[in-house]
Design a protein around this ligand. Structure first.
Ligand code: MMA
Ligand code: CA
Length: 192
C-alpha cells in the first residue's frame, strides 16, 4: 500500500520528467528544474524538504546514467538534445519510424555543434546517415520533418543536385550533406 506522500512524490517526479522533456521546468532552487522547498507551496515544510531532496536525488541519478552513456559512446549530448543511433541501416521511412516509435525523431543538425555531434556518430559507424530533412511536396524546399525551414545547412560542394529526384538528405563521413533518394539503406540516428 502506497502512502499519500508516495503518490505526491510520484506525481512530482512525473511532472519533473515531463517538464524536462518540454524544457519548461518550473523555476529556481539552485538545481535547474527542481523546485525549491518554497516552490512546493501548500506542503508542510518537512514534506517540501523531503520532495525537494528526492527530486534532486533523481536528477543526480539521471546525470550519472547519462555520463555512463556518454562515456561508452552510446549517446551524444548538445545542449538539451541527445543524439543516438541503433546502428541499423534502413530506408528513410523506416529510420524515421524507429526514432518516432521510441519518442524521438530523425536527427537534423540546426547548427555546427549539432552537425559535429551527428558526424561523430556517422564516423563511429563508418556509415552515411539519413538526416531528418526532406523535400516538401508543395514548396519544393528542403525542410525539417515538421515542415519548418532549415536554420543551418552544410551541403557538400555542388549539392543539392537531385533536381527533385532526390527528396532525402544523407550525411557523409566528413559531415557534409548530399540530397539522396529515400530508398537507400542509411544509418539511423535519432534525436531525443
Ligand atoms: C550520386 C548520388 C547523388 C550525388 C552524386 C555526387 C551519381 O549520383 O549520390 O546524390 O549528388 O553521386 O557525385
Ligand atoms: Ca545529390
Amino acid at each position: 500500500m502506497l502512502s499519500y506522500s508516495s503518490y505526491i512524490l510520484i506525481a512530482l517526479a512525473a511532472l519533473s520528467v515531463t517538464c524536462h522533456a518540454l524544457s519548461k521546468c518550473p523555476g529556481a532552487s539552485g538545481l535547474p528544474g527542481i523546485p525549491g522547498r518554497d516552490g512546493l507551496k501548500g506542503l508542510p515544510d518537512s514534506l517540501a524538504t523531503k520532495y525537494h531532496n528526492a527530486l534532486a536525488n533523481l536528477e543526480r541519478r539521471l546525470f550519472r546514467l547519462e555520463a555512463v552513456l556518454v562515456l561508452n559512446g552510446k549517446i551524444r549530448k548538445v545542449g538539451e538534445k541527445v543524439f543516438a543511433s541503433n546502428g541499423k541501416r534502413v530506408d528513410f521511412a523506416s529510420a524515421l519510424q524507429s526514432c518516432e516509435e521510441v519518442g524521438g525523431t530523425l536527427a537534423a543538425p540546426t547548427n555546427e555543434e549539432e552537425n559535429k555531434a551527428i558526424m561523430d556518430i556517422v564516423k563511429q559507424h563508418n556509415q552515411y546517415a539519413y538526416l531528418g530533412i526532406r523535400k516538401g511536396e508543395a514548396s519544393g524546399q528542403f525542410t525539417y520533418i515538421n515542415g519548418t525551414p532549415l536554420k543551418y545547412i552544410n551541403w557538400h560542394q555542388h549539392e543539392p543536385n537531385g533536381k527533385g529526384r532526390e527528396k532525402c538528405v544523407e550525411m557523409y563521413t566528413d559531415g557534409t550533406w548530399n540530397d539522396k533518394k529515400c530508398n537507400m539503406n542509411r544509418l539511423t540516428i535519432c534525436k531525443f
